[in-house]
Design a protein around this ligand. Structure first.
Ligand code: UN1
Length: 500
């Protein structure tokens, strides 16, 4: 009888070589839609591996920082070309390890391609400023300088796009990288790192360490030779990382939780708003930081909106994301599924009305996966836990509101501030919402998800710590300003004193 082939073991990438972890241990990466299906084994790293990766990145930094930025960018450009060729293969692998439907994993790889091309373009810009000096015969300007080794800790919901948001700006600016991807989705990072290497990235410029938070992310964020740390994940873990980085005053960028809202006003195109709520709430099984987990609806259209939304959501087909007929995949793992189930219980206990869903799916084709029905609660008060806390799953809370002012108050009445959206045809109301909602991203007549790579991404309050990813904002994070004064007067000129 033929025995199944042993699963492939994926290693760390340190100083241009694929190497075992020092622990000798490896963990299983399984398909969340079918736990019988092994994606691969991935080594489990500890501080020794992180040290080796940081050493390699530090050594490589000495020469990488001196490579002209347009040349660094050419490597990124080649990587984008290769990613484009491999888009379908990488998307299929991503659906296998992450579960989201193929259309969405294609979007994830496309977002990686977009970011890589965009940052390749930055290689011939990386603009600073020139400005007149207040003194004669004196020249003033500012230039960007690279910083050093950047530690990156990335989540499982955008397994390739989010690593690319961090790596591409860091690399084009002349930094080197140690990446610790989420343990649930390491194959997509393997593909990304392998592609960058094939595109010509010199050894040590990007290093990959697989494994878990406490054993691999913690030593990375605490490492004395890592002056820059970028993290996307939960607010609770972000706080631990910020505290670990504080004593050394590291640059830390944190992208954390969200409790994003769609506001539906009485003049909204209701069908459009329903489309937005379905996509924003249940796309990626609700597992986006930008997911629309709250919908505040004007009371005069509340009943009709809820009816149409439920009709649509009942038709969503749940299943294996590789099946083209499926709309919504599984939760990423058992723990996430249990979190979703516990919030469904919390919602019931709080007195919210369950309109549809509410159950785990675990029979027949669902038996080996972490599936949950798309779920809608109505008649939620804005203060209920299901309307306040990030669930990160397919659960949407409908909140009736009396008017625009109350909708804005509800929008702002949570600890997070990532994304918000308003559906209205009234331009005055739309602009007032843009002004008064305190989030990093506001959409008008579009759902809370769908950020593009050339605009800043991030949030206020407990969503972030003031930095932004993507766009030029990312270049700002991965560089330090160096201000230059060149005096060609051949005499001592004192600023603020000799300027009359
Ligand atoms: C996330 O929500 O975790 O804007 C990232 C979007 C995507 C990125 C989302 N482009 O929904």
């Amino acid at each position: 009888m033929a025995t199944a082939a042993a699963p492939r073991v994926y290693k760390n990438f340190i100083n241009g070589e694929w190497v075992e972890a020092s622990s000798g241990k490896a963990y299983e990466n399984r398909n969340p839609a079918n736990s019988n299906e092994m994606v691969g084994m991935f080594v489990s790293s500890s501080s020794e591996d992180v040290d080796a990766a940081v050493d390699a990145a530090n050594e490589a930094y000495k020469s990488w920082r001196l490579v002209p930025a347009p040349k660094r960018a050419e490597i990124l450009y080649r990587a984008a070309e290769l990613l484009l060729l491999r888009k379908e293969e990488f998307s299929k692998d991503m659906t296998r390890e992450m579960g989201k439907v193929l259309a969405e994993t294609r979007g994830d790889v496309q977002e990686t391609i977009d970011m890589t091309y965009y940052m390749a373009g930055e290689g011939r810009r990386l603009f600073g400023q020139t400005t007149p000096s207040e003194l004669p015969n004196k020249f003033a300007m500012s230039v960007r300088q690279s910083i050093g080794v950047c530690g990156m800790i990335t989540p499982w919901n955008f397994p390739m796009a989010i690593p690319s948001w961090k790596m591409m700006p860091a690399l084009v600016a002349g930094n080197t990288v140690v990446l610790k991807p989420a343990e649930d989705t390491p194959l997509s990072s393997y593909h990304l790192v392998q592609t960058l290497t094939e595109a010509g990235l010199p050894k040590g410029v990007v290093n990959l360490v697989n494994g878990y938070g406490p054993t691999a992310s913690a030593p990375l964020s605490q490492h004395k030779e890592v002056p820059v740390v970028s993290f996307t994940g939960s607010t609770a873990v972000g706080r631990i990382i910020a505290e670990a980085c504080a004593p050394d005053f590291k640059h830390v960028s944190l992208e954390m939780g969200g409790k994003n809202i769609i506001i539906v006003m009485d003049d909204a195109n209701l069908d459009l708003a329903v489309d937005g709520a379905v996509w924003g709430g249940f796309g990626t099984t609700g597992q986006r930081c930008t997911a629309a987990s709250r919908v505040a609806v004007h009371k005069s259209v509340y009943g009709e909106f809820a009816k149409r939304l439920v009709e649509r959501v009942k038709k969503l087909r749940v299943g294996d994301g590789r099946d083209p007929d499926v709309d919504m995949g599984p939760c990423i793992n058992e723990q996430q599924l249990k979190t979703v189930m516990s919030y469904v219980e919390i919602g019931k206990t709080e007195g919210a009305k369950l309109l549809t869903g509410g159950n785990r799916l675990d029979t027949g084709v669902f038996a080996k996966g972490w599936f949950h029905e798309p779920t809608i609660f109505s008649d939620c008060s804005a203060k209920m836990r299901i309307a306040q806390e990030e669930i990160f799953g397919p659960v949407v809370s409908l909140i009736p509101v009396n008017d625009f002012a109350e909708a804005v108050e509800v929008a702002n009445g949570v600890q997070y501030g990532l994304s918000a959206s308003i559906y209205t045809k009234d331009v005055n109301q739309a602009f007032a919402a843009i002004r008064d909602i305190y989030t990093g991203i506001v959409y008008v007549n579009a759902p809370t998800i769908g950020a593009e790579t050339h605009l800043p991404f991030g949030g206020t309050k407990q969503t972030g710590n003031g930095h932004r990813e993507a766009a030029i904002a990312a270049i700002d994070f991965y560089t330090e300003w160096k201000t230059l004064y060149i005096d060609y007067s051949d005499k001592l000129q004192r600023a603020q004193i000799d300027n009359n």
